[in-house]
Design a protein around this ligand. Structure first.
Ligand code: AN0
Ligand code: CP
Length: 318
């Protein structure tokens, strides 16, 4: 695997899950694979799980790891070509990328959607500059339109917990006080369709996601109807995708919070969320603390998805 930015890069999902579960049974089996190889993890945005799980995954493979929080301690980076750099940004990405690449073998990038310019976001302007100018394998640690390491961990988690071959998996919008990207729901929808699940997406009118990510899923605007018979409930907030409201909050309708009453409509479904989650906005205390909540094993599987991806990248480097 050269780069890892979307579901297509993982190839056959069943094979990838099998490989991930193999990694999980002995995460130190390939501890020499990353010997003398350096991973650079670059964060333009905050993170708890991605930074810790990806670093741990790299360490399991024997890699050295450098972590840089671009907005804390590094020069502020200009990402736009052609601007007169008379503002607060002291360095351009076009120099910074090859310089950073010279110190490492693989680069992970977290660069959220700006949510102002849809074209820039959906063309993955920042991530693609790393792919184009670094000369190194690059993977997404959540970029503008997707969070593939999260979606891969989500699929591993569903495979570990499902009791029917083709579970009904419901992605539900839920309220949140700040405008959030569509990256997580985009990837979750795309990966769960690719995994062969019966995928239903429910959200208020106006929150339709980009069709390229939701193809193969059913859209149901009635949340309660969507929950009926579900085996997995995956909650997430996102801002509007469609123009003219791109990146905006249209509704903070608290009636969309996932609570016990709605979970009772399901087929005793498991509750999932990528975290971080705002309690009693997205989900009630009761639901997230219930025995059916699998948010912690889901987060733990981030180490496994990251390790499987890094393993494949290292195998290609070798
Ligand atoms: C981010 C998002 O919604 O994309 C990261 C989730 C993994 N969430 C927040 O910013 C709260
Ligand atoms: N789920 C996830 O990516 O979490 P972080 O933003 O904490 O990395």
């Amino acid at each position: 695997m050269k780069n890892f930015t979307t579901v297509a890069d993982i190839g056959d999902i069943k094979k990838a899950v099998a490989e991930a579960l193999e990694v999980k049974t002995n995460r130190f089996a390939f501890k020499n694979l990353g010997h003398d190889k350096t991973l650079l993890m670059l964060f333009f945005n905050s993170s708890l799980r991605t930074r810790l799980s990806t670093q741990k995954a790299a360490m399991n493979l024997g890699m050295n790891v450098i972590v840089l929080d671009v907005n804390q301690g590094a020069w502020k980076l200009e990402t736009e070509r052609g601007v007169i750099m008379d503002g607060d940004k002291a360095e351009h990405l076009l120099e910074a990328i090859p310089v950073m690449a010279s110190y490492c073998d693989i680069i992970g990038v977290r660069s959220f959607a700006g949510l102002t310019d849809k074209n820039d976001d959906y063309n993955e302007k920042v991530l693609n500059q790393f792919i184009k100018y670094s000369g190194r394998p690059v993977f997404s640690m959540e970029a503008a339109t997707g969070h593939p390491l999260q979606a891969f961990a989500d699929i591993i988690t569903i495979e570990e917990h499902k009791s029917v071959q083709r579970p009904k998996v419901v992605l539900t919008w839920a309220p949140h006080p700040k405008a959030l990207p569509q990256a997580v729901p985009n990837s979750f929808a795309q990966w769960s369709v690719a995994a062969g699940y019966d995928v239903v997406i429910t959200h208020p009118h106006g929150y339709e996601l980009a069709p390229e990510f939701t193809a193969g899923a059913t859209i149901e605007y009635d949340q309660k109807k969507a929950f009926e018979g579900a085996d997995f409930i995956y909650a997430k907030n996102w801002s509007a995708f469609n123009d003219p409201n791109y990146g905006k909050i249209l509704s903070t309708d608290w009636s969309w919070t996932v609570d016990s009453e709605k979970m009772a409509l399901t087929n005793d479904a498991f509750f999932m969320h990528c975290l971080p989650v705002r309690r009693n906005m997205i989900v009630t205390d009761e639901v997230i603390e219930s025995p059916k909540s699998i948010v912690i094993p889901e987060a733990a599987n981030r180490e496994i998805s990251a390790q499987t991806v890094l393993k494949r990248m290292l195998e290609e480097l070798a």
